[in-house]
Ligand binder design. Structure first.
Ligand code: SF4
Ligand code: SF4
Length: 352
């Protein structure tokens, strides 16, 4: 692995050079908010942000996408070749925080399986180089990556890792895909042992700065046994079913597919959907297997901390805190998981 040093002021030029050659999806400041989007000529990538207001999953799994186009004919439906869909241009996802990088590893379990592969997601994922930005000053008390298997400088899944060390950035090229972008960084000096040691120190400080701890990995056993527990009767009471938590979540991945026709021309659309909506599970007969918000909230928590672990051995939450910050009625997944932890302790005590 190569570790180089670049002056802070020079990095903006690197991003500009990349954006001149290929699409670059990066955080951009918009008033008080920071959103990931494709950099336009007038945009500047924002690298001094806490975490973005939207999750970058939109790049691989767009909010709305056309899966196919077709024409209705007397012989039936005929597919129309969609040139826009056949892109093979390399892309760069720049300046992603490690929690969001980790979300792609989790989404891969769903969309890139041996038996079932989502070609739309996989194709975009394969042609994208991920440049991560270590999180040395975890932005909020709502961050809890270390409680769900993450780390503020975790490099797994990144092709390049950038870490701010004083007036410079340490640039680590971690994969072949990352190495291919080295030419855009120009001739850089190798990082010396002192800088690498300083980086480790800064990372340790970042870990220590994450004060929120929840028993993320501990509650599965309780969830396995308590599908009908009275705990589920309370947690949803104030939930509006707005779906904000799931739409902002980097690991949520529910979607709906529908056909839209205009005359004889049709498109098949995929759009995000959410288990927090009543209609999500409603069947054509009118029957709904999750008729109330209680069942829907139980599903959300169970999916993240039990079913995903059953299927893929990992928790489907990276501790980014977006759902905590943005829920209009302050429902807090950290509190719910901690409440289950306390229930477990109380049950253990009463069982002697
Ligand atoms: S559940 Fe909440 S904290 Fe966890 S990854 Fe999703 S939005 Fe972030
Ligand atoms: S953001 Fe809050 S109110 Fe909206 S669906 Fe999620 S938990 Fe319910």
């Amino acid at each position: 692995m190569k570790a180089k040093l670049i002056d802070k002021t020079a990095l903006a030029g690197v991003v500009g050079g990349l954006a001149a050659k290929m699409p670059v999806y990066a955080p951009v400041r918009d008033g008080r908010r920071v959103y990931f989007r494709f950099l336009a000529a007038e945009d500047e990538a924002c690298l001094d942000y806490g975490n973005s207001d939207n999750a970058p999953k939109n790049l691989f799994f767009p909010h709305t996408e056309t899966l196919m186009r077709f024409t209705r004919t007397a012989r039936g439906h005929e597919l129309v070749e969609d040139e826009a869909a056949n892109q093979d241009q390399e892309m760069v996802l720049f300046g992603v925080r490690p929690c969001d990088v980790r979300s792609f590893t989790l989404l891969d379990y769903v969309f890139d399986q041996e038996k079932y592969t989502d070609p739309y997601y996989v194709e975009r994922r394969k042609r994208t180089v991920i440049v991560a930005l270590a999180c040395l000053q975890p932005p909020a008390s709502t961050c809890f990556c270390t409680s769900v298997g993450g780390h503020p400088a975790q490099a797994d899944g990144a092709d390049i890792m950038i870490t701010e060390v004083g007036e410079q950035y340490l640039v680590e090229f971690l994969s072949e895909k990352g190495e291919k972008l080295a030419e855009f960084f120009g001739q850089l000096p190798e990082a010396d042992a002192k800088t690498l040691a300083r980086k480790e120190e800064l990372v340790e400080n970042a870990v220590a700065a994450i004060k929120t701890e929840i028993p993320g990995a501990m509650i599965k056993d309780w969830l396995d046994k308590n599908f009908e527990h009275p705990f589920w009767d309370q947690i949803h009471q104030s939930c509006l079913g707005c779906g904000t938590c799931t739409y902002l979540c980097p690991t949520c991945h529910c979607f709906d597919i529908r056909d839209e026709l205009e005359g004889d021309q049709g498109i098949r659309l995929r759009t995000w959907d959410t288990c927090m909506y009543a209609l999500y599970t409603q069947e054509t007969s009118g029957h709904n297997p999750r008729p109330s918000q209680k069942q829907r909230w139980r599903q959300r928590l169970m999916h993240k901390f039990k079913y995903f672990v059953d299927n893929f051995r990992e928790i489907s939450c990276v501790g980014c805190g977006r759902c905590v910050i943005n829920c209009p009625v302050n429902i807090d997944i950290r509190k719910l998981v901690s409440d289950i932890g306390r229930l477990m302790e109380a049950e253990e005590e009463s069982n002697g």
